[in-house]
Design a protein around this ligand. Structure first.
Ligand code: HMG
Length: 466
């Protein structure tokens, strides 16, 4: 079977941001809650002339330019988003239109692609569908590009407001990739009809059951992880010896990051799940200083766990204790911490969050001097509504060619801090496209929506500012 994976990735982040201290003051929140309880310092905010389509096109153009790609090299261009602009016209069609302003009209005509939706997890489905398209040799020697692009916008004054962000990641999927090859036959999913977070038609901000969404994320990723484990053992990808856990064979973790702290909690949840039946657990318990509580209902459904208030309270206490143990912290520092750096200064990017986390993991591990060759990354992708996907990949010996030039600060560029008043005006869409805060440079921007006649309603016009 062909070796397929991520050859390179490029990012686009709007340069406007709000600072957590200003935000905390305006909302009367302890800044320590945002810095440590959530894990946010800066949230990226889209300018008046930016939308998920032009951010996606900007990330894609960067990816193509730095890899000297021509549209003829690309057979498929997918965009995964939950910030759709039209009920029918796919976001990637807007992106193609923008790219053709640079590469020439009709240059992508031979290609294909769709817009994918399943909250934050759809990019992971898009990656695997395209990897399989290449494995099936339907690609005629062409690569695929998957772009994940979103604006995370919550109601002013809501608890979700401090988990906002905006940005895009474009991923190049190829045979014999330089960066990371997907482990074959192990990608695993779970799915369930849920209402933890959703955005009905016509509504700009989501309806959220925050606490419920946190727990559901943990449970769904754990279930997908169990399915991954079954496949990894069955295919022989991982062979466990006495007393070992599957997480021992995952060198680095990249999970969905609605906010930094959620990643830390997801790791704790997985490690507890994997370790509690192993001999090492008695040492962990000793360090936590209390027994791990068990729910009344051993099936542990979300409904039964939430109804078991005594268990919830004790489990919260145990979870906090576990996250302070040397056992947890050693794994956290070595395998996850680097993936969380970008989230702290950008915020939630919905579909793009986990892939921005991957980008962060690669850059900051490389800067630490870690040899990443043949290291396995385990991914925990989650989308509300809800579905989770767990998969893994091996970093390739050629990874340095791609990672050596990664520099988050440089790539975002000089950032502009918004006052809370300016941010709220943008949030309420009170400024027009022509009244942007920043000056666009070498990027696509939105210049007009709608036309002079009714049949042109919803037309979106973009322009490349050189
Ligand atoms: P909240 O009401 O701020 O939660 O909502 P909290 O009161 O539990 O506080 C959060 C943490 O801050 C806690 O830490 C507090 O102890 C701590 P933890 O117990 O979790 O370790 N804290 C403090 N720490 C230091 N100093 C202090 C202090 N005070 C409190 N003074 C919530 C948080 C995330 C629920 C909210 O922001 C929200 O609803 N966000 C939107 C939904 C969301 O992000 N859900 C995540 C899971 S679902 C998901 O990831 C999918 C999603 O990306 C959408 C998609 O799939 O498309 C959202």
């Amino acid at each position: 079977m062909a070796v397929v994976g991520i050859d390179d990735l490029a990012i686009y982040v709007p340069r406007l941001y709000i600072d957590y201290k200003d935000f905390a003051e305006a909302r009367g929140i302890d800044p320590q809650k945002l810095e440590y309880g959530i894990g946010i310092k800066k949230m990226a905010i889209a300018d008046t002339n930016q939308d998920p389509a032009c951010m996606a096109a900007n990330a894609c153009l960067k990816l193509m330019q730095k890899n000297h790609l021509h549209p003829q090299d690309i057979g498929r261009l997918y965009v995964a988003t939950e910030s759709a602009l039209d009920e029918s016209k796919a976001l990637n069609s807007f992106v193609i239109g923008m790219l053709e302003q640079v590469y020439g009209e009709g240059t992508f005509e031979h290609a294909g692609g769709i817009e994918c939706k399943f909250a934050c997890v759809s990019g992971s489905y898009a990656l695997h569908d395209n990897a399989n398209w290449i494995r099936a040799e339907e690609n005629n020697d062409k690569a695929a590009i998957v772009i994940v692009s979103d604006i995370a916008k919550y109601d002013i004054g809501s608890a979700g407001e401090y988990t906002q962000g905006a940005g895009s990641v474009a991923l190049l999927i190829k045979e014999n990739p330089r960066l990371m090859a997907f482990d074959p036959k192990v990608a695993s999913t779970v799915i369930k009809n849920e209402y933890d977070f959703y955005r009905p038609f016509g509504k700009e901000t989501p309806l959220v059951n925050g606490g419920y969404s946190n727990l559901l994320y943990l449970i769904q990723v754990r279930k997908a992880f169990d399915a991954y484990k079954e496949k990894a053992l069955k295919t022989g990808l991982i062979k466990l010896k006495e007393g070992e856990a599957i997480t021992d064979y995952i060198d680095l973790f990249s999970v969905h990051l609605p906010y930094r702290r959620m990643g830390e909690k997801a790791l704790a949840y997985l490690l507890r799940h994997e370790w509690r039946h192993l001999p090492r657990w008695q040492h962990v318990i000793k360090e936590v200083g209390m027994d791990e509580p068990t729910p009344k209902d051993p099936r542990g459904t979300i409904e039964s766990i939430l109804a078991d208030t005594q268990f919830m309270k004790a489990d919260e206490q145990f979870r906090r204790g576990f996250m302070q143990t040397s056992f947890y912290n050693e794994v956290y520092e070595r395998k996850m911490a680097s993936s969380l750096e970008a989230s702290t200064v950008i915020g939630n990017l919905y579909t793009a969050s986990m892939y921005m986390g991957l980008r962060s993991l690669l850059e900051f591990e490389y800067k630490k001097g870690t040899d990443l060759t043949n290291k396995r990354i385990g991914f925990g992708s989650y989308g509300s509504g809800s579905s989770a996907m767990v998969f893994s990949g091996l970093i390739q010996p050629t990874y340095k060619d791609v990672v050596k030039d990664m520099d988050l600060d440089l790539e975002i560029g000089p950032r502009v801090k918004l006052s809370i008043e300016e941010y709220e005006r943008l949030h309420r869409n009170e400024r027009g496209f022509s009244d942007a805060v920043t000056n666009a440079q070498r990027e696509f921007v939105l210049v007009k929506v709608g036309g002079s006649t009714a049949d042109k309603a919803g037309f979106r016009q973009y322009s490349y500012v050189s």
